[in-house]
Ligand binder design. Sequence first.
Ligand code: SF4
Length: 374
Amino acid sequence: MTDGTRPNADPDSESESDPNPVPDALSTDAVATYLHCPRRYEFAHAYDLEVEGDDDESSIDDRVDLLRTAICDALRRGEADRESLLEAARNRLEALWDDHDERFHSLAQRRHERRVLEATLEAYVEAVGAEHAAGIEALASDAGGGELIGPNLPLSSTISLPERDGDSDGAADTGAIPDSVAVDATVDYVYADGSSVVGVRFVPTLAPLGLLRYRSEWEGDISGQFTDHFEPDADAFEPSFVGALFETATVLDGLRNRCARLGLEDRTCRYVQIPLADRSRTAVNWVRETVETSLETMDLTDRYIDHHTYGMTHEHRNQTVDDRLARVVADLVAGAFDPTDTGRWDEISSEACPDCDYTVCCQDYIAAEVRFDG
Ligand code: SF4
């Protein structure tokens, strides 16, 4: 995935010294950052300001990457039966683990973490791996050699930007706002499930999905919470939940584009996340030194599509989410980075600031703290 900002390719649209180049492509991670706090997006993606992250989080991400690579490499070998797929994935994980540089408290902890990864591989193959391997094989014969297995297969959705009312912010004044922006996402592989093409992405956990884990369709609570997030007078402030719906919109549109290139326009598209670092389902027997776990997979498609748009287009879309994504991206591209100007400063300061890595350099945070102290 990109870092979220690529400089605009048009040399007339920005100078080299422009500190806020108008991006012509954004990652879904960058959009999710913007939802948490526009200033955080500015630091992380417009200025590329790097801060030391949480060590635990980066270790978990690294281990998920090991599993991601081991599974994708095993799938690429074309092993469709359960035992062969598991053996190929285990062998690949063993090689990757030997080169894995991570500090552990002890050798016992290192052995334990390896056992957890192996148990996760087993759970993956048991739950969906063999079925997905067969689906990849089925899709490969229709896809004419198109790339189906990553890790990190790129997908892209082009968003047409709506006009912003009374725009007087940053880049908008320069006339550099483009008509459209690409939003990029990735999946780790793509397989066929009946008449659907399914994109699968490995994630650490499903926790950021929030309510999406506990409801099965858009109509009702999901729709209500999504609308409330953008309502200044409502209590809901759910940037991760909204970000997941934006990501689903992007992945499904990116899959449609990929299908069109492969001559598979007649397929519907679906998006599934699989968590590889969810310890809540892991049971450890410390005496026998064994680990068992299971996987919960999450198809986000039905949680995203609304029946009205589906009835109109026969495609897996949601007009409400798609329109809102375009408006958020338009704000971002126009350089609307002031979090106190969002109508949600109370929520940002109470829910986003406490976990933010940029507090030491953030004028909005410092000003609020000084006001509070005074
Ligand atoms: S400290 Fe708060 S206001 Fe500043 S960037 Fe972080 S979340 Fe945004």
